[in-house]
Design a protein around this ligand. Structure first.
Ligand code: PA5
Length: 328
């Protein structure tokens, strides 16, 4: 896993090549809605691209983590099927339905049934390298999503050059990101982690939660501002040394939400023993987003080391998938 996290910026570079060599058709078409369908390590890119495009896209972008698809899917829909293995049953079922609805489909996968379906149905196929854990391939899948969105006018056209410019930015900051990640991991070690961010950056909060679940074998939860100010905040009534609260912040967060987070920090500090702030760094939203992803990936790595757990192990997910495959 260490090499895979180290290779994050290389994935972006190779991801740009993959997209350029397999340009999807009909990218100039104007879609009336977009659905990104995928689960876990292959679904998180969908949530992040929804956040990144939210202030630019004039059509709705829906993230689908289900067997079924929204009723509005039709010939004017851009449907992106994202499954690293290509064998995730929910994504296969959703893609079959999108084919029936005649949506324009682009598949992002390393192979499996999704690749077979793409070939059999003449769908656009962006093949990414296989053979490693899905969650360690976000550099590839998120790059494909950004390039698709940029080509279809769902993100500004300069997103493509921002993506390329981000590679040296990440490489330049690699050492400091790792040092910061180690220091934060030490603060979160043996704690119950609670992650808060602006609603428009929920994707990176979910990424952090998923990486702590899968890499560091920890339970944790996340919520977003302003919604958590209307419910969860009231739940902070018990003081405990176990709680560590991480605020993921960006100077582009909605201004009232920045005030809210300052106030929230003061409130939860009365109950939680550890408060950490993670600020997105970079010249634009893409850089800030990838910076946070890389930082939280390293935090999950160092926490796995501190805890002495096997970062690669996801036996329980494999067990569940096997059990399900035995049921017709
Ligand atoms: O990290 C994992 O292995 C999971 O979260 C998978 O990404 C999830 O089960 C979906 O599988 P796939 O990414 O192959 O579609």
């Amino acid at each position: 896993m260490k090499e895979l996290i180290e290779g994050f910026s290389k994935q972006i570079e190779k991801g740009i090549e993959i997209f350029s060599n397999n340009l999807p058709r009909e990218v100039q078409k104007k879609y009336t809605n977009v659905v990104v369908s995928g689960l876990g390590g292959s679904g998180i890119g969908g949530t992040i691209i929804r956040d990144l495009s939210s202030t630019f896209s004039t059509v709705p972008v829906i993230v689908n983590k289900e067997y079924s698809i929204p009723a509005f899917v039709g010939p004017e829909t851009l449907f992106i099927a994202s499954s690293y293995s290509g064998d995730t049953e929910e994504t296969i079922a959703a893609t079959e339905l999108a084919i029936q609805k005649k949506a324009h489909i682009i598949c992002i996968t390393s192979g499996g049934k999704i690749a077979q379906m793409a070939k059999a149905n003449n769908l656009d196929l962006l093949l990414i390298p296989g053979g490693s854990p899905p969650r360690a391939n976000l550099g590839y899948s998120l790059t494909q999503l950004i390039l698709i969105f940029s080509a279809t006018g769902l993100l500004p056209s300069q997103s493509r050059s921002e993506l390329s410019a981000m590679i040296p930015f990440l490489e330049k900051n690699e050492k400091s990101i790792r040092e910061k990640a180690y220091s934060i991991a030490q603060q979160l070690f043996r704690k119950r982690v609670i992650i808060y961010s602006d609603a428009n950056h929920e994707g990176v909060s979910i990424r952090f939660r998923q990486q702590l679940n899968e890499n560091s074998k920890m339970l944790c939860w996340h919520h977003v501002v302003p919604e958590m100010n209307h419910n969860e905040l009231v739940g902070w009534t018990e003081k405990s040394d176990d709680f560590a609260v991480v605020f993921i912040r960006n100077n582009s967060d909605y201004s009232r939400n920045q005030f809210r987070m300052d106030i929230n920090k003061g409130i939860v500090a009365d109950y939680a023993s550890t408060i950490v702030e993670i600020w997105g760094e970079g010249a634009n939203e893409i850089e800030k987003t990838f910076y946070i992803i890389h930082l939280v990936d390293w935090i999950s790595f160092f926490l796995a080391e501190l805890k002495g757990v096997d970062i690669m192990d996801i036996k329980v997910i494999d067990f569940l998938k096997k059990k399900l495959s035995e049921i017709n």
